[in-house]
Design a binder for this molecule. Sequence first.
Ligand code: F6R
Length: 600
Amino acid sequence: MCGIVGYLGEKKATDVILSGLEKLEYRGYDSCGVSFFSNIDNQFITYKDKGRVKHLVEDFNYSLVNHLGIGHTRWATHGKPNQVNSHPHFSRSERFSIVHNGVIENYKELTAKYLPHMKFISETDTEIIANLIEHFTHDLSVEEAIRKTLSLIEGSYALLIIDTTTPHKLYAAKNKSPLLIGVGTDGITLASDVMALIGHAQYYYPIEDKTFTSVTKQANGKYTYELFDIIGKPVTFKLLKIDMVLDEIGKAGYSHFMLKEICEQPSVIRKIMSKYMENDTFFVSPSILSMFEGIDRVYIIAAGTSMHAGFVGKHLLENMPKIPCEVFIASEFAYNPPLLVDNPLFIFISQSGETADLRACLVNVKEQGYKTLTITNVATSTLAREADAYLEIYAGPEIAVASTKAYVGQIVILTILAYLLAPRKPFDLHLELSKVAVSMEAIIDKRDYIHELVKEKITKRNCFYIGRGIDYFTCLEAALKLKEISYIQTEGFAAGELKHGTIALIEEGVPVIAIISQSAINNNTRANIREVTARGANKLVISLENVSDVTDEIILMDVHQLLTPLVTVIPTQLIAFYSALDLNKDIDKPRNLAKSVTVE
Ligand code: F6R
């Protein structure tokens, strides 16, 4: 996780870096820091501390002219979030200042071998990098010392490096963690995410693994950049145009990104439809559809919310084209894979496209020669680039840590895929997805009513979601959303399973939220609601019109029975949002979490 930004150019570097760090704060926000070169007195200045970027911006002085700098926003992996462990870190003599996103797996071995007597200042694995570079510069040039260090370190890294003796240069390198080089008319920006490049670069390039970059201000005032592989061979690459605008990453008048993103979901559905239609029919590249030919089974690999979308995807693939499908938690599959069928197809579902648990699986199954397809919101991400093919979600940047619109987007993509693969089309997809968007709008418009329900019902430290079949998958997602932003302990449960133990936790006033979207399970889930209300639970039922009861608290406009997860999830997102709001929690940046989980 962690977000990094570096700049060398005509603009004030700290302006570019601090505004970039604000946009990257979703990647980690327990501490942050910046190093920059002050042109006035030729000094390197570093400010860093525990806490948010806002604090870094407001509490320090950036009035000095500066054109070179690096910054970091952290999600702690080694050592507590505190001032000392915050980045940038320095080498022993303070010649090198570096920021790092990733985990160096062999830092202890490297310390023992190369710097056995070194006393490190912080508890991080990053300091070893700065010190190794300095150590090797005793015999090598700076670039050779950096490359030598890169050849030794194992693990993941996106690194920005400043040599304080050459303030006209900025170095960077990457392996596994994302790093982009952004090229503008007046300078070069390096960042973990394209969002931090907007406004400063017109073109960008996602740097490949084990690649090293040096950016230089030449004597003629021009900014040049070169890419090399780890042995110093120049790498050729093609710049891509940045087509995102600043508006897409603002709150657009909403109090929180999460609320904005919840409200955007009907338009996300419509956008995906427009992106995946050609001449009035749904379209996915034939080369992607042909990946399904001759396969025995689809394995969906994902984590968290994306895994819940995967469960819905399994239901869709097994019900429309009737392709057997299994869903796996990425971190489990990576080291404990099941016995695979002879002809599998792997689908990786990831909003960010950077989740390290998934990448470990992708690398592994690619090594075995299996076919891989990524479904992601970030077309330039590692998982998109490294799989055989990818499908883009087009949900637009999702900034709130809790995923909402990307989840819905993932399910829509899986729906389109399942639909196109089905030999007999079970419905008119355009019509049915349009109904979904309308049903979503109707409930989003009633959000004040949901807020009132939350005040009345969500009054305890724990909560349950119950449902059967496809509704159970929504319960898992609903529970994750509520717990991650409100910190109310919530479990998503198969309604029929509750009585086999967990019902012991039901006591007076405990909220039990039931989801009912299918007629086949309507009576059964309602029996389970009676069981819990008889034991004091405070029930809240979310149903669709055709299976509703007059006593249900939230009734949604009907949609096709295979598409109900797209609408039943909306009130659960709003329940999570308003519960967290009333508890005064930091909704967009919940504690201990980060948006992009780039460590295993
Ligand atoms: C929860 C949430 C996480 C992510 C998970 C995987 O709201 O967002 O559970 O779904 O960390 O992330 P991606 O989808 O980026 O692979």
